[in-house]
Design a protein around this ligand. Structure first.
Ligand SMILES: Nc1ncnc2c1ncn2[C@@H]1O[C@H](COP(=O)(O)OP(=O)(O)OP(=O)(O)O)[C@@H](O)[C@H]1O
Ligand SMILES: [Mg+2]
Length: 221
């Protein structure tokens, strides 16, 4: 019997990796077996097109590559990662914890399209990745909702103030702001859980977000 797939999703710098690490510690302490995956797989050649896109080799603005083309870059990396890294674990019934997944395409690509095409895109995305490319459909998706102004500050902190380290998504605050609106639309349409990660313009504590995330995971899986 197949395992379960839990996805930790969120826009750039929203705390996905921080929360995934914390969740892993909590699961390990509770003796729950799992495998963690992280996408895109930057270590692998399978992410070459994603790296070229984020480095601006196809254009300096995210919109220089259309929503469907950029989505395909990320999707093929996921297929390669699935086959090589976690298909056997998943098919053996293991819990998989994913730091980003297909859902990241919904967050980052939807805003490139006019609003009346959003539902068509979401339907296409799910059919393309889960049916045509046959990678597993998540059992639960948790979206870490951090306002863009807050996540921009967190990212600048992570890069030690060196703005040059940001990729073409991270460097475009207006783009990320409209991605948040699109991501919340996708969350509503696709039934993701949303964790509000800020309070009065500041991030909530890592621990309190982590506690909420952990109880959601236990409840849903
Ligand atoms: N709740 C929080 N309070 C304060 N700082 C935080 C919080 N969550 C994350 N951070 C810090 O903010 C930065 C961004 O967090 P993190 O790298 O986990 O985000 P991410 O969503 O994985 O980013 P990316 O989209 O680039 O992968 C890190 O320096 C992290 O230590
Ligand atoms: Mg991360």
């Amino acid at each position: 019997m197949n395992g379960k797939l839990a996805v930790i999703e969120g826009l750039d710098g929203s705390g996905k990796s921080t929360q995934t690490e914390l969740l892993m510690k909590k699961l390990a302490s509770a003796g729950i077996s799992f495998k963690k995956i992280k996408l895109p797989d930057y270590e692998s050649q399978s992410s070459a097109l994603v790296r070229m896109y984020l480095a601006g080799e196809f254009g300096k603005a995210p919109g220089d590559v259309n929503a469907y083309a950029a989505s395909a870059f990320y999707a093929v990396d996921r297929v390669a990662n699935y086959i090589c890294r976690w298909k056997s674990d998943y098919e053996a019934g293991r819990l998989i914890i994913a730091d980003r997944y297909t859902t990241s395409n919904a967050c980052h690509q939807l805003q490139k399209l006019p609003r009346h095409e959003w539902d068509d895109y979401l339907e296409w995305l799910q059919d393309f990745e889960y049916n045509k490319l046959s990678i597993p459909k998540p059992d639960v998706v948790i979206f870490l909702d951090m306002p863009t102004e807050v996540s921009q500050r967190l990212m600048s902190g992570r890069y030690g103030g060196d703005e040059g380290k940001k990729d073409i998504h991270e460097a475009d605050a207006a783009y990320l702001k409209s991605c948040r609106e699109a991501a919340l639309y996708a969350a509503d349409r696709l039934g993701w859980h949303v964790i509000n990660c800020s309070s009065h313009g500041a991030p909530r504590s890592i621990e309190s977000i982590g506690d909420e995330l952990y109880s959601l995971i236990l409840k849903e899986l």
